[in-house]
Design a protein around this ligand. Structure first.
Ligand SMILES: [Zn+2]
Length: 308
């Protein structure tokens, strides 16, 4: 996909040529190093192609894209499939336009529950969220999506009923993920060792291996006693990356890029991961081998995909 004569890609030069780290303008004809953003959003009316080109400019190669859900349309259609399919189309278009590789993760966004409950009442809202899980599972089974997410519970305080229903919907999603042998990507309140342990218990009940539970928007909870086996997808601020590296290599990085023109560069700009890793490579704070674990081997293991 990458022309070997295009610069701007991080190549595995260290092992091949012993060339100084950090210089990524290599044209040796070998495959570029994989640089993966594990959670981000795109919108046709956002910065979209431009943002992806920014990611690629710094050496980014692979994205895990999570399509937005539109509650109005979902309530009307009584289905999430329309939104998921729109996301798949958007990914396809962006791949053709840019040459980047885009995987899709889809699922009923936890905050939708509150809006759907207002529109159609509790019972129907729960049923529709569960149907959204089934539709996401279907796309995973068809290999059009790689995970069910972001699912979970609202990240802010909600009433008792919403909390219980959200947990029930999440558990259902975990059961479906186990059946499809794919991970879940979790959206919830801020991660702590305590609620990570709670997630492990939920996954155990659902029969889903805890390694297949990815905490999106995670702080650097890298040590086993911090995440209890849940897989952290760390928000890629420089301080988070540094702290994560000090603790181990069992994590992925994400920007949670929103692609919202009213909030440019939020949560982090899409070019953040390749740009920061490039800088850390130059400063010899990360090695090529560590880069490969975080960007390639970890996602390959967790999702059961190949990143080339
Ligand atoms: Zn997100």
């Amino acid at each position: 996909m990458f022309s070997p004569w295009i610069g701007n890609t991080i190549t595995r030069h260290k092992h091949l040529y012993g060339i100084a780290k950090g210089n990524y303008f290599y044209t040796c004809g070998f495959s570029p190093m994989v640089i993966f953003d594990n959670h981000m959003h795109l919108q046709e009316r956002g910065d979209f192609i431009n943002a992806i080109q920014g990611f690629m400019k710094y050496g980014g190669t692979h994205l895990n894209f999570c399509p937005y859900t539109r509650v109005g349309a979902i309530a009307k259609e009584k289905s999430y499939m329309g939104c998921y399919e729109e996301g798949l189309k958007l990914a396809e278009y962006a791949m053709q336009k840019t040459g980047v590789t885009i995987f899709v993760t889809c699922g009923p966004y936890p905050v939708d529950y509150l809006k759907l409950r207002d529109i159609m009442g509790r019972k129907d809202a729960v049923a529709l969220m569960k149907k959204g899980m089934e539709e996401a599972q279907h796309l995973c089974m068809e290999k059009k999506a790689i995970a069910i997410g972001e699912i979970g519970r609202p990240h802010f305080k909600v009433d008792e009923e919403a909390w219980r229903d959200s947990n029930e919907i999440l558990e259902y999603g975990m059961v479906l993920a186990r059946e499809a042998d794919v991970p879940v990507v979790i959206h919830m309140e801020g991660a702590t060792p305590t609620n990570m342990k709670e997630l492990v218990e939920m996954a155990r009940k659902a029969g889903l291996p805890k390694e297949k539970v990815i905490k999106h928007y995670s702080p650097p909870l890298i040590r086993p006693e911090e995440n209890h086996g849940i897989f952290p997808s760390v928000i890629a601020s420089e301080s988070n990356i540094r702290e994560s590296l000090k603790k181990g290599l069992r994590f992925m990085l994400e920007t949670d890029y929103l692609d919202d023109v009213r909030r440019p560069g939020a949560v982090l700009a899409l070019h953040t991961i390749p740009k920061k890793l490039q800088k850390l490579l130059q400063q010899e704070e990360i090695t090529d081998d560590e880069m490969i674990v975080i960007n390639k081997e970890n996602p390959e293991t967790v999702y059961g995909i190949a990143l080339d």
